[in-house]
Design a binder for this molecule. Structure first.
Ligand SMILES: Nc1ncnc2c1ncn2[C@@H]1O[C@H](COP(=O)(O)OP(=O)(O)OP(=O)(O)O)[C@@H](O)[C@H]1O
Ligand SMILES: Nc1nc2c(ncn2[C@@H]2O[C@H](COP(=O)(O)OP(=O)(O)O)[C@@H](O)[C@H]2O)c(=O)[nH]1
Length: 223
């Protein structure tokens, strides 16, 4: 079995299930999930210089410039030197991947591939709790009470950039930025790609891959 201090990255277009898969990996393998979106939301709340810089992009559903997001994420990774982690939402560009390499080269990269029509359907059914980033789906994992966050009871919203007219442009931008990132990891032999229309069908394969690297802390979960 390979190194027990596993540093893994999950890549995939918006709506491909990165957050959902990362949650399951974190639960099953006890890895800490580090979400760039979550770090960003925390910076925004803290209101410091970086948070102010990032705010205008996040509010418009645009990618935050590399130097800003890289500062946020690398500061968090530096606090976790020598610990295992699972990165969700970072790197999204080659510049970000190179910045990550300067801290630590990932041992394992999981790339999710989901057909465009499926992504469009999922995103148009996605509802989020803006303060926490908790994600629901009208069909796949609906909240207990329609339109309301399970934990806080606060209202859920649909993001402007999840609406069908915005999704095509977002996916184009994703592909363009992600291509060299995938090429980098493929050339290093750490890239593992998974294709499908349902997270529940992809999950057993992701689980098996992780089991070949580290022991699970919980038995396989179906959902
Ligand atoms: N690596 C990154 N590079 C640039 N901007 C980022 C990055 N990660 C997050 N962001 C910004 O934070 C916002 C929220 O990110 P998060 O990953 O939580 O969700 P997301 O946008 O829903 O992910 P996806 O688009 O894959 O569904 C993004 O829309 C973007 O503005
Ligand atoms: N219908 C359906 N929805 C899913 C599936 N997997 C994830 N979702 C939902 O699709 C949306 C996007 O998933 P998410 O994990 O946020 O993807 P991310 O944008 O890549 O992080 C969310 O609303 C999820 O609840 C699936 O297999 N089927």
């Amino acid at each position: 079995m390979a190194s027990k201090v596993l540093r893994a990255v999950v890549l995939g277009p918006p709506g491909s299930g990165k957050g959902t898969v990362c949650e399951r990996i974190a639960r099953s393998f006890g890895l800490q999930r580090l979400s760039s979106g979550r770090f960003l939301r925390e910076s925004l709340r803290a209101g410091g210089e970086v948070g102010v810089l990032a705010k205008q992009y996040v509010e418009r559903g645009l990618l935050v410039p590399d130097h800003v997001i890289t500062r946020i994420v690398t500061a968090e990774l530096e606090k976790r030197q020598g610990e295992p982690w699972l990165l969700d939402g970072f790197p999204r560009t080659l510049g970000q991947a190179e910045a990550l390499d300067r801290i630590c080269e990932p041992d394992l990269v999981i790339s999710l591939h989901v057909p465009f029509e499926t992504l469009k359907d999922r995103l148009s059914a996605r509802w989020v709790h803006p303060a926490s980033g908790r994600v629901y789906n009208r069909d796949f994992n609906p909240p207990h009470v329609h339109g309301v966050d399970d934990l806080t009871g606060e209202p859920l919203v649909q993001r402007e950039d999840d609406k069908p007219e915005a999704v095509a442009a977002r996916l184009r931008k994703y592909k363009e930025a992600a291509k060299p990132v995938m090429e980098l990891y493929r050339s290093r032999g750490v890239l593992h790609s998974f294709s499908g229309t349902e997270t529940n069908k992809i999950w057993p394969y992701v689980y098996a891959l992780l089991c070949s690297k580290i022991p699970p802390v919980h038995a396989e979960e179906e959902d």
